[in-house]
Design a protein around this ligand. Structure first.
Ligand SMILES: O=c1[nH]c(=O)c2[nH]c(=O)[nH]c2[nH]1
Length: 301
């Protein structure tokens, strides 16, 4: 028996990159955490410390900074530029480039947003991922922790009742979640899209997810999750599939009877854990199956 090196990748993780576009007095901020991971012919460094082919992780970080000097564009196009650059080295045969974008909003002064003063937005992040392997480049776009709540229009009943079941059925509850999702673009989209198309598509998908959450009368968070994904695929044929992960952020009705008070769905205890966790891939039946990109995502989404 011999011991061999299995799959491996290396690079620089979570480079915090802030780019200020200042071509006019009205500045724009792009705030990214970028990860670059290279795959390829790196046996020698692992087996004998021969670094001849190693592109230092420090160099990968510097490359991000240097490329940002030309502008970031969209996270997807920035990652594609990094991917193509590193793939030009013969020892690099694949890789994974990931970005998480934090939002900054203009500070309102009176009715207008300030030109160069910003307030960091919610926990929500926009995400992008480029995956390269022998089959070529795959682009995922996504979002994380988009916190939403509806104060009615949600039920949960008809579930299994066994000797351990205590949950009452309800026809009116608070439904709250933090939506995280990845969607995979068809090659036809990524070949034609520039920064503006990626930005517009991101905004459109986010808005479909929110609209569906708001408008669907929910009988289960599972139903809401599937409906959100289906609405995205129905709207955009060039999105091949979408994966969603949604915690059920439980809001428990507080029993006010000990205080001689009723509680007609008005006072809740918002528990932070444990939480239900609902995750689903929504796919096109003719092409359902596991694309290799999903193996590069830690967890379901
Ligand atoms: O939408 C829900 N789905 C469940 O599977 C579930 N389970 C539970 O306890 N509450 C809920 N709510």
């Amino acid at each position: 028996m011999s011991i061999v090196l299995g799959p491996n990748q290396y690079g620089k993780a979570e480079v915090r990159l802030v780019r200020v576009d200042r071509d006019t007095a009205r500045h724009r901020i792009t705030d990214l955490g970028v990860t670059s991971l290279l795959r390829g012919d790196f046996g020698a460094t692992h087996e004998s410390g021969d670094n001849t082919g190693v592109i230092a992780t420090d160099t990968q970080k510097n490359t991000m900074h240097a490329f940002a000097r030309d502008g970031v564009g969209s996270p997807e196009t920035f990652l594609l530029r990094l991917a193509r650059h590193f793939l030009a080295a013969p020892q690099v045969t694949g890789g994974r480039w990931l970005a998480e974008q934090h939002g900054w909003e203009r500070i309102a002064v009176g009715d207008v947003g300030h030109d160069h003063a910003f307030v960091r937005g919610a926990a929500e992040r926009r995400t992008a991922l480029v995956h390269a392997d022998d089959a070529g480049l795959t682009v995922l776009a996504g979002l994380r922790d988009v916190t939403v709540l509806k104060s009615t229009g949600s039920e949960f009943s008809g579930f299994v009742r066994d000797r351990y079941t205590t949950l009452p059925e309800t026809d009116d509850r608070v439904l709250a979640t933090d939506v995280s999702a990845w969607w995979r673009y068809e090659t036809s989209f990524t070949e034609a899209a520039g920064p503006a198309e990626y930005d517009a598509r991101f905004a459109a998908v986010r808005s479909i997810l929110l609209k569906t959450f708001a408008e669907l009368h929910s009988l289960a968070l599972q139903q809401t999750v599937f409906a959100m994904g289906r609405a995205v695929l129905e709207a955009y044929p060039d999105i091949a599939e979408i994966r969603l992960s949604c915690p059920n952020n439980h809001h428990f009705l507080v029993d006010l009877e000990p205080f001689g008070l009723d509680n007609p769905g008005e006072v809740f205890f918002a528990a932070d854990r444990p939480y239900g966790l609902i995750e689903a891939a929504v796919q096109r039946s003719e092409r359902a199956g596991e694309h290799p990109v999903w193996a590069t995502i830690g967890g379901f989404v």
